[in-house]
Design a protein around this ligand. Structure first.
Ligand SMILES: [Zn+2]
Length: 406
């Protein structure tokens, strides 16, 4: 018996909703038929071995469906392989962190040598004003760029307007897209784009840690334009509404597509604005209007970029220390603070994120997703064309690797 592609997509979505009953938070976004979610909730915790059998049957059906668009089929096959890994882990299978990341995300994470961190420290040493230790100089810089929570909202709205205007002229944003912004607290992440469907999102900014004027534009590009909200609203419009590829009405937190989403998000700002354009806009408009006209926009941008990349690499190592090498959370906080040049508060937040079961392997997606886009852009001209393909097509890391050599 052959199963139609639409039936396969439906089983995929329903299986993911059933897995979410076992792993709350597994479904990052869902805007398909409400009754599918209601059915999954009514069924509650279905036996995991039953779900594993369904996943195997689904995998076989995808392999047999030679009529399906090949890129759609490859995407589904890899997402289902990740589901099977989640089910195996749920059944108690012991896997190393590398095995988990490979199977869930289609990437191979590696320990980063501390010499790489030291090189970034030297870069930062050249950028920060002179003073005592590098850590102390960073603390002073962070204090100088902090923006009080009560002053941040108008600044965010100004940033959003600028990024939206630029995104609209370059990429196919749906006419009815929009998002709301909300300041929240007591969350493991710094910001989150909750995709609600109908081309709308709610972007939450966590105020547990101080906010900094220098990082806000990157954060809004990451979550909004042309990052997560842009990707999901374009995929809803073009893949779900136009093509009827219902599998895109759901986004799974532990699947290869996450690497692509984080790649899009971490490179969103640099695709939209060159360094010079960004620095000029910060220096002439954003910083003076927000009361930070005295900051050196060029230097702050360089510091910000180096610091962010450093933190991502250090937190990957934190994952290895915590989950493979049995280090205690306190030991890892000290390590992250020293290598990442972070405050204890920031380090603790980062380590807490890496210790969350849903995010322990997710941490690698930022760095590897970003580097994958860098490699794609180095191999291919016309970056807007390739970024558009990432925003409009079903893509996994394997797909990007194929594009690089193709
Ligand atoms: Zn993200």
């Amino acid at each position: 018996m052959t199963v139609s592609s639409d039936a396969i997509a439906r089983v995929y979505v329903q299986l993911a909703l059933a897995i979410e009953q076992h792993i709350p938070g597994y479904v990052d976004a869902y805007y398909g038929p409400p009754e599918w979610r209601e059915e999954a909730e009514a069924d509650g915790l279905r036996p995991v071995d039953e779900l594993a059998r369904e996943a195997s049957a689904l995998s076989a059906a995808i392999a047999d469906d030679t009529e399906m668009d090949p890129q759609r089929r490859d995407f589904l096959a890899r997402e289902v392989r990740a589901m099977q890994t989640s089910l195996n882990i749920l059944q108690g299978e012991q896997v190393t962190l590398v095995e988990e990341v490979k199977a869930l995300y289609d990437i191979t994470p590696e320990w980063v040598d501390e010499a790489v961190f030291e090189e970034t420290h030297r870069t930062l040493d050249g950028l920060l004003p002179p003073g005592d230790s590098l850590a102390e100089r960073m603390t002073i810089r962070m204090k100088a760029t902090e923006i009080p929570v009560e002053r941040v909202e108008p600044v965010l709205h100004e940033i959003i307007a600028e990024l939206r205007r630029r995104t609209r002229t370059r990429f196919s944003l749906p006419a009815d897209e929009a998002f709301q912004l909300q300041l929240v607290s007591d969350q493991p992440w710094r910001a989150y784009n909750w995709y609600l469907g109908n081309c709308c999102s709610r972007i939450e900014i966590n105020t547990d840690l101080p906010l900094h004027i220098t990082g806000l534009t990157d954060q809004m590009a990451h979550e909004g334009y042309p990052g997560h909200h842009t990707e999901l609203s374009i995929k809803e419009s073009q893949l779900v509404r136009e093509q009827g590829w219902i599998e895109h009405c759901i986004a799974l937190i532990n699947s290869p597509s996450c690497v692509v989403s984080e790649g899009i998000a971490t490179r969103a700002l640099s695709v939209l604005m060159t360094d010079n354009e960004l620095v000029a806009w910060h220096a002439s408009k954003l910083f003076p209007r927000a009361g930070y006209g005295h900051l050196d926009a060029y230097r702050e941008h360089k510091v910000d970029t180096a610091k962010r990349e450093l933190e991502r690499a250090v937190l990957g190592n934190a994952g290895f220390l915590l989950h493979d090498q049995g280090a205690s959370e306190d030991e890892v906080v000290t390590y992250v603070q020293r290598c990442g040049l972070l405050s204890e508060e920031e380090a603790r937040k980062g380590v807490h994120f890496v210790n969350e079961p849903l995010f322990r392997s997710y941490i690698f997606n930022y760095r590897y997703g970003g580097e994958m886009l860098d490699a794609l852009f180095a191999a291919q001209d016309n970056h807007d064309h390739w970024f558009s393909r990432l925003l409009t097509e079903p893509v996994t890391p394997s797909q990007i690797r194929a594009w690089m050599i193709g």
